[in-house]
Design a binder for this molecule. Structure first.
Ligand code: NAP
Length: 304
């Protein structure tokens, strides 16, 4: 039997609808409007496109959204001053600095200057530490891993007691999703294994996964025969494997493939995410969710 396809596009749209209602209620009942600033340094086309997507979504949800464009030549000290201004601005609840930054600027220094309570990307060392401690300490989950957790939960998979195997140990996907899955609580409480290039028998680990999360960036790394029948497969990998002519635009567009052989894997797994249209659409949505959570936190409305 063919696996259920977990559509990140549909689930992200559903979460955005929920957020839209929540934002309207926050405004009507408490006079609170979530504020998100995206800071863009220079005009890198990919960064412009990412920031535009984030701003468009924020706007659609009814946020106070600000795009702050800065020159490629901005001095590091001036960028730090700008972040300090937004740290102190009570109308702003989320600050996002689009990466990469020009070479003369120390990225780490800039990201660490963001108030951890406005770090809606969830990568500030304080938020990484909070996730490690778990429970009520956690303020913001990093967006892609948080999106992965939502996909698993909304696809109806039980995580408590499940064998979760994560392929990859990056700071942006592998480590945080492993950490999220081992928290005590809903959508987690799993037995987690992380595998990487130093792992001796990748296949054996993958084969016992009830939930297999693959974030290696290697097209087709996970073979269909490594997948446990009926399991949930989350393919985070986005790999450009060529180009094709788009019928819609008449322009060349990249051909994207995941880390799992989707066509063969869907005949074995119980549920699987496609690439594209799986994890990808969740990331911006979770950024919006974090910003709403931050606005509530700053207004003392957590749990409401
Ligand atoms: P990364 O920083 O390159 O990390 C890849 C990880 O996979 C590393 O830990 C590496 O192990 C491991 N790995 C690579 N080849 C392996 C192999 N043959 N066997 C076992 N482990 C292997 O990548 P990332 O930033 O986590 O991203 C992973 C993929 O997810 C990429 O395709 C990226 O484009 C995609 N991604 C998608 C989204 C999204 O959809 N929103 C967001 C983020 C990333 P070592 O540590 O031992 O080197």
């Amino acid at each position: 039997m063919s696996a259920k396809i977990i559509s990140g596009t549909e689930i992200a749209a559903q979460i955005r609808e929920e957020l839209k209602k929540e934002v309207a209620e926050l405004k009507d009942q408490h006079g609170v409007v979530p504020g998100l600033v995206t800071i863009l340094v220079g005009k890198n086309p990919a960064s412009v496109s990412y920031v535009t997507g984030k701003q468009k979504t924020a706007h659609e949800l009814g946020f106070n959204s600000i795009q702050d464009d800065q020159s490629e030549n901005i001095a590091e000290a001036d960028l730090l001053k700008l972040i300090d201004k937004y740290n102190k601005d009570s109308k702003i609840h989320g600050i996002l600095v689009q990466l990469p930054l020009p070479k003369h600027i120390d990225e780490k220094k800039v990201l660490n200057a963001i108030d951890p309570d406005k770090d809606v990307d969830g990568f500030h060392p304080v938020n990484v530490g909070r996730l490690m401690i778990g429970g009520a300490e956690v303020k913001f989950l990093p967006c892609t891993p948080a999106g992965i957790q939502e996909l698993i939960v909304r696809a109806g998979f039980e995580t408590s007691g499940a064998e979760v195997v994560v392929v990859g140990r990056s700071n942006i996907v592998g480590k945080p999703i492993a950490n999220i899955m081992l928290q005590k609580g809903r959508g987690a409480n799993a037995t987690v294994t992380i595998v990487h290039t130093g792992t001796k028998n990748l296949e054996a680990h993958c084969k016992r996964a009830d939930i297999l999360i693959v974030a290696a960036g290697v097209p087709g790394l996970v073979k269909p025969e490594w997948i446990k029948p009926g399991s949930c497969v989350i393919d985070v990998g986005v790999n450009r494997v060529g180009e094709k002519l788009s019928e819609k635009t008449g322009k060349m567009v990249p051909i994207l493939k995941g880390d799992v052989d989707f066509d063969a894997a869907k005949e074995i797994a119980g549920a699987i995410t496609p690439v594209p249209g799986g994890v990808g659409p969740m990331t911006i949505t979770m950024l919006m969710k974090n910003t709403v959570a931050s606005a509530k936190m700053h207004a003392g409305l957590q749990g409401k």
